[in-house]
Design a protein around this ligand. Sequence first.
Ligand SMILES: [Zn+2]
Length: 398
Amino acid sequence: MRLGYSYRLYPDGPQREALARAFGCARVVYNDALAARKAAHEAGEPYISDAAMSARLTESKATPGRAWLGEVSSVVLQQALADLNRAYRNFFNSATGKRKGAKVAPPRFRSRKDRRQAVRFTANSRFRVLDNDRLRLPKIGDVEVRWSRPLPAEPSSVTVIRDAAGRYFASFVVEASPKPLPEAEAECGIDLGLAHFAVMDDGTKVTAPRFLRRAERKLKRAQRDLSRKQKGSRNRDKARVKVARAHAHVADARRDFHHKLSTKVIRENQAVYVENLSVKGLARTRLAKSVHDAGWSAFMVMLEYKAALHGREFYRIGRFEPTSQVCSACGVKDGPKPLAVREWECAACGTVHDRDVNAAKNILALGRRESLNARGGQVRPPLAVAQAVESGSRRSAA
Ligand SMILES: [Zn+2]
């Protein structure tokens, strides 16, 4: 399975300039190709094939207007085309129903103002980790890396990212072989919620750790400061950088929290069942901010790939199951309850329930039933691992 490993990079001045050039060139190649395909489409011509697009790139590098593209690794430019091809493929597959899930929008032009700038080097571009621990990037240089943990195997590609806070990261894709853990007795149902980040069927309630809450408070303060600054002023620019930094810290702290919790849950349980909240659906409601802040989907992706890696089972329970309406003790359906109701007594058996713990218990029971059904019929293929893992494993670099 493919896993992502990210590390903080510390390019020096000339390397930062070379990277800025690479980001710029990749963006131009991407945008040129997108414009060409859009123009062909508007003219009623057929879709320009990937091969034809690649040939066009080679041609354009020979023209005086685009000769400067030769200053960056050609792999970076080819990968920019590959990004566009993938974006189109996803869009087409989504439009024709071949790809399930939320609709994918058509590719958009990239901008130098995008919060995230990135270029990708593949193995044939001969990037290399040197004996002196630096990362050699073609036409960039030997860049200093903070190796927060070892790379488990030879990486097949590396994406170099500059985030909104101006920090640089190298994200390696590594083919990892599964590392099964000794079998565990326990199984666990998890209810992801707003009052608590996660509630387990055994009654454990997990709230965001203090370091994350502190980072969030700092971010709020920075945002407030920014809103008070005069438009176009120097101080506003400074405040904007502060907000970007605070954002980055919150993201790091949250990722750290998700990593610790998902590792613990996977280590302690043989099977993990989580209610598959319609995160996308919720995100359009007024709960939106909390949904994005909580980062449930990132957490579930971690659970999923760690389960696959360590020989555990992970199931998402359908979101239409009324987990908060059914008494986990006697199974009587008690009807919907407003979110404000945190505790209730079952009219049938008299059990007093904590709303979230009861939901987690139901998730566990439902999950066991579903997985039993699945095993009765056929052996489940290993769960697919989302590419999102790539950013999921970035370590806190503060
Ligand atoms: Zn009951």
